[in-house]
Design a protein around this ligand. Sequence first.
Ligand code: GDP
Ligand code: MG
Length: 331
Amino acid sequence: MPANLPPQYYELERQFNKETDIREKLRLAKELLAIMPKHKGTDKLQAEMKAKISKLTEQIESGAKKHGTHHVDPFTHVEKEGAAQIIMIGPPNSGKSSILASCTHAQPMIADYPYTTHEPLAGMMMYETVPLQLIDTPPISDQQFPPFLPNLIRQADIIALIADLTNKSNAIDLNLIISRLKEKNIELVADIPQGESDHRFLYKKTIIVANKSDESSGDEELRSLKRQFAGFVIVPVSVYDDQSLYEFRKAIFVALNVIRIYTKKIGHEPEYRDPIILRPGSTVADAALVLHKDFAYKLQYAKIWGKGKFEGQRVKNNYILADEDIIEFHI
Ligand SMILES: Nc1nc2c(ncn2[C@@H]2O[C@H](COP(=O)(O)OP(=O)(O)O)[C@@H](O)[C@H]2O)c(=O)[nH]1
Ligand SMILES: [Mg+2]
């Protein structure tokens, strides 16, 4: 017997799957159970949702998990959360852990001596409405190359190479990291090469973050970095300057090359939290597919709000979406 779930169920289910705060997740689970039609076709779904509710309740009671933060088993992978995974790598003491602490709820160890970070640690940060997972890692230097790093780097969407503007040997330190990764067949690039490329290498899109820009000696070092790493996006950052941290998040979002689509239920305001993330050129049907396969199949048409459009313009499933369009699905 088919479940015949209402459209808002799929939207809510997606929010539930992405939510990292367990209290909010529990609230969403209860809401999902409440709007689920109660009949034979949903017996199994109802039971599953009840099991999830009791598991979440247990987790909250035991205080097991902090908001969006978890230690990572370094030899496996970091389970992706949010719209994209960004891994910070860099020489010792460049401020990777400080950036994680400033941008997320994670609480890494920070110190003015090197090699304080031994394990990767992940946290969630927001760029406007987009949740991004940020991973802090132990340093790479001539003395240390954490064996689990190449795997974590391969899985990440964007690499943030963290440089220290008070460090006169930045170019040497960064080039050492670049060449050690090359030995592992990973090439850090400003842009993924199109067409002809060397198939032995895995290319990873990288931005350079020039940290400690609050230090007076920083300007000259920034100019030098720009000369030596021409082509790369270089973002000057200080953990004491919120605007610069916003520019850091924005640079990551731009590097991701994606569009944000908000959904709205019929008769409701748009849901701006946690947009659907798609490649540029994606259609209404692609957005529906993110919610659910069955939902995309049933979709008749959509209404769109956005820049340069008629309010609530009715469009077909093959309509190409733009960044920050709002969709109302009709099935
Ligand atoms: N002036 C300044 N110091 C910073 C900044 N970010 C980090 N630091 C300091 O640099 C040192 C190393 O920071 P940490 O985050 O542990 O570096 P990591 O080894 O790359 O994780 C600590 O003393 C931090 O307080 C910054 O933006 N400006
Ligand atoms: Mg650290």
